[in-house]
Design a protein around this ligand. Structure first.
Ligand code: GUN
Ligand code: ZN
Length: 429
């Protein structure tokens, strides 16, 4: 079936951190997108659409762009998002671990996976890379829920064999065995990919990190995700636990857990050596701004790290993050950029939430852009979704001025439609 979407269209030609924003994008004020069999086949001006026999969706002035990609979430933390008053380690012990302990129950895991995916789809997120819990059931539940919605999604079993409650610990061997079985069941099945997932160095013994490093070496096409240098107390703890390591990143490198397909969440308090090494191996960092503000972790150095050429994605970090919305996450990235001394341009924010995350997850050839050949995972944004936004956008003299109020003040009311592989998930018009 052929579908034509009409509206404003926004595509990226290059990275706006490297090219001037206006040169980095192609924008059609009256544009159109042709979708065939779940894939974008054409983007251009509305009056040049090359097909006439198609179902037409006219979104008027709304902005059609690639769906948002959330590069780091914990779907099992959905029901405990916005838990008050703790810093990272206390927050994990007080709120996170008790909730994650419930995910050995496959029925509960599926209930939360369904709830999480419906919440984020309503926010325009079309792909996410999630941590599950130590329970294999939690991985199966997530992938089954994603498959039912035909989503391109990634996830892995979160491995922990120390410094966690008894009912949330595996072992080096069982982490290897369970991860391997899940990887064989889910990796590359339809639109799903398995991600090898040690939680972070404080909750894994050296033996467990090495076992997962060995698994990664056996499956080098998989991504590996973990946390890195999120809070200063955490870094001091890692120094005590791994006195032989040069720094936090080294605890991973010494165990075979540093590589080009490594995806490291937070990465706030990095040593110069760590930055150089991440750049050298071509690994990716994921910025989680609402989480970093909410848990009080610190200011991610976006401008410096992008200027050094590092691959950076953007993420909610649900439920350390305080929002399911990638619009809110872009707003938070803007605010953290301001506090760190650089105002991120709207083009940079939109790029991070689409192409940046897609590239960090090594999926830039499939998703994250409104361009021919890409999978048709699309969000349609109403740029005047509330009175407050509409009255500001009405004064806009450029696309960027028109879109920035929605980035800063928008929520699910701005999400007019979401398409997964070309099919509308929920039509609000
Ligand atoms: N570090 C280790 N586990 C977690 C987690 O679940 N959330 C956050 N924000 N940081 C972590
Ligand atoms: Zn996290």
């Amino acid at each position: 079936m052929t579908r034509v979407l009409r509206g404003q269209t926004l595509s990226f030609l290059s990275d706006p951190f490297e090219t001037a924003p206006d040169a980095a994008v192609r924008h059609h004020r009256r544009g159109a997108v042709v979708v065939e069999d779940g894939v974008i086949t054409w983007v251009g001006p509305e009056d040049q659409v090359p097909t006439h026999d198609a179902e037409i969706s006219d979104y008027g002035d709304a902005l059609i762009m690639a769906g948002f990609i959330d590069a780091h979430v914990h779907y099992p933390q959905t029901a405990m998002i916005a838990s008050w008053g703790k810093r990272l380690i206390d927050w994990l012990n007080s709120y996170t671990f008790p909730e994650e302990a419930r995910f050995g129950d496959a029925v509960y895991a599926r209930e939360i996976a369904d709830r999480y995916l419906d919440l984020v789809l309503a926010q325009g997120t079309t792909t996410m890379c999630s941590y599950a819990t130590i329970h294999p059931e939690s991985v199966d539940a997530f992938f089954q829920a994603a498959e039912a919605r035909r989503l391109r999604a990634l996830a892995g079993k979160t491995c922990m064999d120390r410094n966690a409650p008894d009912n949330l610990r595996d072992t080096a061997q069982s982490a290897y065995d369970d991860s391997k079985a899940l990887l064989e069941r889910w990796h590359g099945r339809g639109r799903l990919d398995y991600v090898i997932t040690p939680r972070f160095s404080p909750t894994s013994t050296r033996e467990q990190l090495e076992a997962l490093g060995a698994l990664w070496a056996e499956h080098p096409d998989c991504l590996m995700q973990t946390h890195l240098s999120e809070q200063v107390e955490e870094i001091a703890w890692v120094r005590e636990l791994f006195p032989e390591a040069r720094d936090y990143l080294d605890t991973y490198e010494q165990s075979g857990l540093l590589g080009a397909r490594g995806v490291y969440g937070h990465a706030i308090h990095l040593e110069p050596r760590e930055v150089d090494r991440i750049k050298e191996v071509g690994a990716a960092l994921v910025h989680c701004p609402t989480s970093n503000a909410f848990i009080g972790s610190g200011l991610f150095r976006m401008a410096d790290l992008k200027a050094k050429g590092l691959s950076v994605g953007l993420a909610t970090d649900t439920g350390g993050g305080s929002s399911f919305s990638m619009l809110r996450t872009m707003a938070s990235a803007y605010e953290i950029g301001q506090l760190a001394g650089t105002a991120l341009h709207p083009a940079e924010l939109l790029w991070l939430a689409t192409q940046g995350s897609a590239q960090a997850l090594h999926l830039g050839n499939r998703i994250g852009n409104l361009a021919a050949g890409k999978e048709a995972d699309i969000v349609v944004l109403d740029l005047a979704s509330t009175e407050a936004i509409a009255q500001r956008a009405a004064r806009a003299e450029s696309l960027w001025e028109q879109v920035f109020p929605t980035i800063m003040m928008g929520d699910d009311r701005a999400v007019r439609d979401v398409l997964i592989a070309g099919r509308s998930f929920s039509q609000k018009n």
